[in-house]
Design a protein around this ligand. Structure first.
Ligand code: ADP
Ligand code: MG
Length: 293
């Protein structure tokens, strides 16, 4: 008899601190759920960066697929959002270590702060501490992670409902896993189905992750062609002459939440003892909540 994945799935209990963090994520840090996407994209970009670094010593890790990318796939019908990268990936042990325990001491400090704070402050704290991965349980009732470590054949699946335990098993069919890297599939809660809408996801990505140094593509529905939504270079790092008026306007709308044209756009680079780039906009119309933000 052949063993099925069901039989080989091992169940693990989250480390106590993770369970505590997850509980807090779901129950108190509820004000700005959009941040989960920024966290998953930032992890995907980190994974690409780690691969680039390891490939300096071991170029064969890149194989024929040297160009890093992050792909978001929306599936409204089955209420799923997938974030996939072709970065370094995770082995079985790395998955258990990275997604089942809290290795960083900063997180403990975060939890203490957050328990003492109000919910509204929570989302900002997530940003400061980068609590990251677990924030996806703010919007997902179940999360599947399928990953293949660069340079290895085997692939592993990690799955959890964020309520105390997770299970790890070999990926059932090897084609289900990315050929390299990680796919994170969120089975969204009923009240989070807006995260399968192209417009919403695109807005959040441009707003929060427009600066991520890896190109981001969006697949609107399974089977559709991916469309690139960010090119992996921050707008403000480009020379002024390479940026069109539309790009400035799009970016302005993304960060400001306004739908008008900027009245004034200022973009310059200063070089000297300190080097910096500035990009500033003056809105074309008064924001409706200017005196009551
Ligand atoms: P941080 O990014 O600050 O380390 P996270 O909670 O966001 O914390 O992620 C925890 C860990 O999970 C990461 O450090 C990494 O080891 C692993 N991880 C998460 N997402 C990915 C991914 N897409 N590819 C590879 N490893 C990942
Ligand atoms: Mg992270």
């Amino acid at each position: 008899m052949t063993k099925t994945a069901e039989q080989t799935a091992e169940s693990h209990v989250f480390e106590a601190d993770v369970a505590r963090l997850l509980h807090m994520m779901v129950h108190s840090v509820y004000s700005d759920r959009d941040v989960f996407l920024r966290e998953l994209i930032s992890n995907a970009a980190d994974a690409c960066e780690k691969l680039r670094y390891e490939a300096i010593e071991t170029p064969s890790l890149l194989g024929a697929d040297a160009e890093n990318r992050i792909t978001l796939t929306l599936d409204e019908e089955s209420r799923q959002l997938a974030v996939e990268d072709n970065g370094i990936g995770m082995s079985r042990d790395e998955m258990i270590e990275a997604l089942g325990t809290i290795a960083r001491s900063g997180t403990r400090a975060f939890m203490e702060r957050i328990e003492a704070s109000k919910a509204a402050e929570g989302a900002q704290l997530i940003g400061q501490f980068g609590v990251g991965f677990y924030s996806c349980f703010m919007v997902a009732e179940r999360v599947d992670v399928v990953s293949r470590r660069a340079g290895t054949q085997e692939a592993w699946t990690w799955t959890s409902d964020g309520k105390g335990s997770y299970s790890v098993s070999p990926a059932t069919s090897l084609t289900e896993a990315p050929s390299r890297g990680t796919r994170i599939v969120l089975h969204l809660m009923e009240d989070a189905k807006q995260y399968t809408a192209r417009w919403t996801v695109e807005r959040i990505v441009k707003e929060q992750s427009g600066h991520v140094p890896v190109a981001i593509r969006l697949v609107e529905k399974p089977g559709k062609e991916p469309v690139q939504i960010t090119d992996g270079t921050a707008l403000w790092t480009k020379p002024k002459s390479d940026v069109s008026k539309e790009e400035y306007t799009d970016f302005y709308r993304g960060v400001s939440g306004q739908y008008d044209e900027p009245a004034l756009t200022v973009h310059f680079r200063a070089e000297g003892r300190q080097e910096y780039t500035a990009l500033a906009f003056i809105p074309g119309t008064q924001p409706f909540d200017m005196f009551d933000p």
